[in-house]
Design a protein around this ligand. Structure first.
Ligand code: MAN
Length: 350
């Protein structure tokens, strides 16, 4: 498959063993899928820290939170006939779905965009309330005026939905809100209002008729979302045949808003592609890449917690240079450069 990414020679930038678990009884399984922003002349990552319980012989442990934020660990014998564990990420037990890991978000910053460190001045972002008891994942950060908007995946027994919070200083956050109900994830705001309205891309899922498509919606206040339009669908037989989901805030170019997205096929292989929407009407799709612009090929992308995955939800732009940060094999954080002009040249217009 084609690949126009220039990967950082320093990859992976972050390994799970580089940070300390949030509690002694947990271990960090993966550092992945960071949201990205610039603040105080530094590049910052909102890293997803996925933690699990060290497995002991014959027992599978499932971590989750109570509604009061306390960690609870369920132990299930591997021989239990009610246990269905065929995916490294999700298990079904007694008819209910659980995640094998529990994620929270941590801030890490860097002067050079390569070496990232945590600071005690910036506390982790932890689950709040009943809709986040299976954790917070895959945060997108959009900077509009003085406000940083965070849209992330909030998981609980009630489903997978889009959570939302804002901050001005990364030390104080507004109470977490439910932005879009289940099943919905991969939500990013546009970093400019268009015709006086906020715009967001997101990915609701339909189980039977329909599928895992990217939708675009608008809002007068970033609370009430409507005028929903289906924007980008999966393509049968292609690399993005099963699901598509938006990355970080689309990039404004003179040709339109350029969005980087992930697509997966039936084998759960995740690649990145790009599409372009109209500057004045983001519900109008103009062009899309036929082939991926980046596909898993390095050892750290091909094998890990969940292999054959490149997944991005954060980037920074500097002129023509696009730097994406991405999760590799759902275990490591990596970086890659692209030329925006080169991505544009790979688009096929509709
Ligand atoms: C889903 C999400 C992501 C993850 C990919 C690949 O889209 O859970 O967090 O990176 O799958 O496993």
């Amino acid at each position: 498959m084609p690949d126009i990414a220039r990967r950082f020679p320093e990859n992976p930038l972050l390994h799970p063993n580089q940070l300390i678990p949030s509690q002694e009884r947990l271990q960090i399984i993966s550092l992945l899928n960071p949201g990205v922003f610039r603040y105080q002349n530094k590049t910052w990552l909102v890293v997803r820290v996925a933690e699990g319980v060290r497995q002991s012989e014959g027992i599978m442990y499932i971590p989750r939170l109570t509604e009061d934020g306390l960690t609870e660990i369920i132990g299930v014998p591997l021989t239990d006939p009610d246990l269905l564990a065929t995916d490294a990420r999700i298990i079904r037990y007694k008819g209910l779905d659980y995640l094998t890991t529990l994620s929270h978000l941590r801030l890490m910053s860097s002067l050079d965009g390569i070496h990232f460190a945590e600071s005690p001045d910036y506390p982790p972002i932890l689950s709040q309330g009943p809709l986040e008891t299976y954790g917070l994942e895959d945060c997108r950060v959009t900077h509009i005026g003085p406000v940083f908007h965070l849209t992330y995946t909030a998981v609980s027994p009630s489903g997978v939905c889009v959570g939302y919070t804002t901050t001005l200083d990364w030390q104080h956050f507004s109470p977490h809100e439910l932005m879009l109900p289940p099943h919905n994830k991969d939500c990013t705001l546009f970093d400019e209002n268009i015709n006086g309205l906020y715009y967001a891309m997101h990915r609701p899922s339909s189980l039977d008729i329909g599928g895992n498509y990217i939708w675009v919606s608008q809002s007068p206040d970033c609370i009430h979302w409507g005028r929903h339009q289906c924007l980008l669908k999966t393509r049968p037989g292609a690399w993005d045949s099963e699901r598509v989901g938006a990355g970080a805030a689309p990039i404004k170019t003179n040709k339109g808003w350029l969005a980087i997205y992930h697509g997966a096929n039936a084998r759960h292989e995740y690649c990145l592609g790009a599409f372009l929407v109209d500057l004045d009407n983001p519900g109008r799709l103009l062009a899309r890449t036929a082939e991926p612009i980046m596909s898993p090929r390095e050892p750290y992308e091909l094998s890990g917690f969940f292999g054959y995955v490149v997944f991005t939800n954060g980037h920074v732009c500097n002129g023509d240079l696009l730097t994406i940060y991405y999760g590799a094999a759902d275990e490591f954080v990596c970086g890659a450069h692209f030329s925006i002009m080169e991505i544009l040249s790979h688009l096929t217009y509709l």
